[in-house]
Design a protein around this ligand. Structure first.
Ligand SMILES: *[C@@H]1O[C@H](CO)[C@@H](O)[C@H](O)[C@H]1NC(C)=O
Length: 296
């Protein structure tokens, strides 16, 4: 007879305490709640996050300590793109590295420079194709709606038109990348196998897609919470990126958001920065969290 969910956890925000104080307070809370509840109910104190970004209750990331003596924290991420397998490796790598830089330096300008360097790498086609490869599960031709636009299905249709025996097994991951095409062509037609891109010099990775649709959105979701507008970082790029980039990538296909034709670089976000950096240190000092679990 269960009258509580068998497992339930919560975060408690402790303002302005040290890690050691947090461990003491955590134990006190756990003992007090356990003592005042009927027998099988116990509140267990689990760990301290310092710092921590809590996106929702099931999506958070932080430096985790499980005991006071633990010298080096563990980077712990739940529900965010660093641990999700539906993106490409570049997304997870850039997000994880950005968050570690943020936690280590508490300086958003360091994170910004890092993210901008990664964007330039993608724009200059210097990122590895492997890092930009998605690998989603093929669920078998019968399990998709007719006309469904699923990359794994689309690629399978193409391969099978060539050789019917090449259908992937159900559950097999089908690797693909997104390339540039004629403007206006639906995204599904821009799905290619990584090998095709490596073998065909006319195919180019759509860097705009990777940056604006894959790499930046998860960063935006996390950094928005501390008042940082990541889209500025991308808008400021053309100012940083000089000549060679426009030669190496497809200049006609790249449209900087907010820029019109050959007009000078769009306004920078420098004013914004000075104000958001204060916001950052404030919210970081506030985001010490305790994770407690109530179990039967
Ligand atoms: C590249 O990707 C962007 C973002 O998804 C898209 O808007 C654009 O049409 C694509 N460009 C080409 C030339 O395929």
């Amino acid at each position: 007879f269960i009258f509580f969910p068998p497992f339930f956890f919560m975060f408690v925000l402790l303002k302005g305490t040290t890690k050691e104080q947090a461990f003491r307070i955590g134990r006190e809370i756990a003992e007090a709640v356990t003592a005042t509840n009927p027998k099988p109910v116990t509140l267990k104190f689990e760990k301290v996050y310092l710092p921590c970004v809590l996106q929702t209750k099931k999506r958070y990331v932080g430096y985790m300590y499980e005991s006071e003596d633990q010298k080096e924290p563990v980077f712990d991420a739940k529900g965010i793109e660093t641990v999700r397998r539906d993106g490409c490796p570049a997304v997870a790598k850039i997000l994880e590295r950005s968050l570690k830089l943020l936690f280590d330096t508490r300086d958003i300008s360091v994170v910004r420079r890092y993210v901008q360097r990664q964007c330039v790498k993608v724009l200059e086609a210097k990122a590895s194709v492997q890092d930009l490869t998605f690998a989603k599960e093929y669920r078998g031709s019968a399990s998709y709606r007719p006309g469904a636009c699923i990359p794994a299905l689309e690629l399978t249709r193409k391969t099978m038109a060539y050789d019917r025996r090449l259908e992937p097994r159900v559950g097999e991951r089908v690797p693909y990348v997104i390339v540039y095409g004629t403007p206006g062509v639906p995204l599904i037609q821009l799905v290619r196998r990584p090998l095709e891109v490596l073998q065909d010099p006319s195919l180019r990775i759509n860097s705009t897609y990777y940056i604006t649709k894959q790499i930046l959105p998860p960063l935006c979701r996390v950094l928005n919470l501390i008042g940082v507008d990541v889209s500025c970082w991308y808008r400021d790029l053309p100012r940083i990126v000089r000549g060679p980039v426009s030669r190496l990538t497809a200049p006609s296909s790249i449209k900087w958001p907010g820029s019109t034709g050959s007009s000078p670089a769009p306004p920078t976000c420098d004013n914004y920065w000075s104000s958001s950096e204060t916001l950052l240190s404030l919210s970081l000092s506030l985001s010490l969290s305790l994770s407690l679990s109530l179990s039967l």
